[in-house]
Design a protein around this ligand. Structure first.
Ligand code: ADP
Length: 408
């Protein structure tokens, strides 16, 4: 339908729009679930500005890039592929300057990029974008696209959307803090299990009637539980740093094959114990990434590929060039195993904190945080981590990181 054919909305008197804004703000502040909160915000923005589509982009704390969190006209699977690099496009400008921006005709705006329209098959004509700002910090951008009826946005639209955005930003921060406190509760719960085992062990060790033969068993258990505690605390710290954006990337140029060989060397003893063989195949590339963090991702995927493999199984690492964000060259590193595989149902939850498949969790040690940490690291490089798996056949975890282009 052409814009001119759309029915013109009856513009409510201004006072009623502000009343509605107050009502909506109250609702936002009582929502602590981030997903439902974001949904409420975009529908409220649509209603209050009479627009065809609305979306929220949030700043990724570790890279400064913007990512679509939700949009009334974009499917979640399409959104994952769209990243707006720091300072670019309309949203990048709004996030950087912390001020609203009105574009009445995007075709006359040089900083506007058609890329998102092409990806989602949508036609953007005009944009009103406002910052999501909390305590002087911009956490994202709220965008309204195409005024219904084809008219222009006026001062009232800008004021109303700016007010909604400032309320929304506070609600988003609250929901995030709530998620964080949820994480702390879960973390304490996870720490309790090894602590309880250690406590019970010391009580036993203190008993004078304990036979010497039992003593070494108990010490063995204590050793295992101490290791578990140490792994948990390291993972918690890593994740907390990555989630809060405090983890900075230490970028450098390095040889991908060398890093793969070095990582395989670390896990070889574990692989030998299970008679699992590891193969590397692929062209040489020079990565432009945080070497230590990429090694952490590799070690996690390799350890999993051994832990969840069968005796005498294989691990196949392949490297190939792909196109990443803004047509930049990326390399995809895939780790395929010949293990148990993961059912479709479990695959959906694989990148959730503390998620472990019950069948495998019983006989292997783990925290259920490794993949979440890996995903954070990869996304901080504007890369992607994916999983393909077939039960009984094996799994392939693949991730992408930037490489240098030939002119670098
Ligand atoms: P951890 O291995 O410490 O439990 P991860 O986050 O690395 O934590 O993995 C989460 C869960 O995903 C594991 O507990 C396991 O159930 C499953 N998983 C991970 N990698 C594989 C794999 N290669 N094959 C089968 N299952 C896997």
């Amino acid at each position: 339908m052409k814009p001119s054919q759309q029915p013109l909305p009856t513009v409510e008197p201004l006072i009623e729009r502000y009343q509605r804004l107050i009502e909506i703000s109250q609702q936002l502040n009582s929502t602590l679930d981030l997903n439902s909160l974001l949904r409420k915000i975009i529908w409220a923005a649509k209603e209050l500005t009479y627009t065809e589509a609305t979306s929220i982009l949030l700043v990724d704390a570790s890279t400064g890039h913007l990512r679509f969190e939700i949009a009334s006209n974009i499917k979640p699977q399409d959104m994952e592929d769209i990243i707006v690099p720091k300072g670019t496009g309309i949203a990048g400008w709004v996030a950087e300057h912390g001020e609203p921006r009105v574009i009445d005709d995007v075709t006359t705006e040089p900083t506007w990029s058609k890329r998102v329209d092409d990806t989602i098959e949508f036609t953007t004509r005009s944009i009103l974008a406002v910052p999501l700002r909390t305590h002087k910090k911009v956490i994202g951008v709220l965008e309204a696209i195409n005024k219904i009826g084809g008219g222009k946005w006026d001062e009232n639209d800008i004021n109303i959307l700016t007010t909604l955005a400032s309320q929304a930003a506070i609600a988003i921060e609250n929901a995030r803090l709530f998620q964080q406190s949820d994480f702390i509760a879960e973390m304490v719960h996870e720490l309790r299990t090894p602590l309880a085992a250690l406590k019970a062990s010391t009580v036993l060790l203190l008993r004078p009637d304990l036979p010497d033969s039992k003593r070494s068993d108990i010490i063995h258990t204590m050793h295992g539980e101490t290791e578990r505690l140490s792994r948990l605390t390291t993972d918690f710290l890593d994740l907390a740093r990555l989630e809060s954006g405090r983890a900075r990337l230490d970028m450098s140029h390095f040889d991908v094959t060398k890093l793969l060989e070095e990582s395989v060397d670390v896990v070889i003893p574990q692989a030998n114990d299970k008679r699992v063989t590891i193969h590397i195949d692929g062209d040489p590339f020079i990565a432009n990434a945080d070497r230590g963090k990429v090694k952490q991702v590799l070690l996690n995927l390799l350890t999993n590929a051994i832990k969840y493999n069968r005796e005498n199984g294989g691990i196949f690492i392949t490297v190939q060039q792909v196109t990443g964000v803004e047509d930049q060259p990326y390399v995809q590193i895939s780790v395929r195993d010949t293990g148990y595989g993961i059912s479709k149902e479990h695959q959906k939850h694989m990148f959730e904190k503390f998620y472990r498949v019950a069948d495998t969790a019983g006989f292997t040690q783990g925290t259920g945080l490794g993949l979440v940490i890996a995903q954070h690291i990869v996304q901080a490089h504007s890369g992607q981590i994916t999983l393909e798996s077939e039960q009984g056949v094996g799994s392939t975890f693949a991730f992408t990181i930037p490489i240098t282009s030939s002119q670098d």
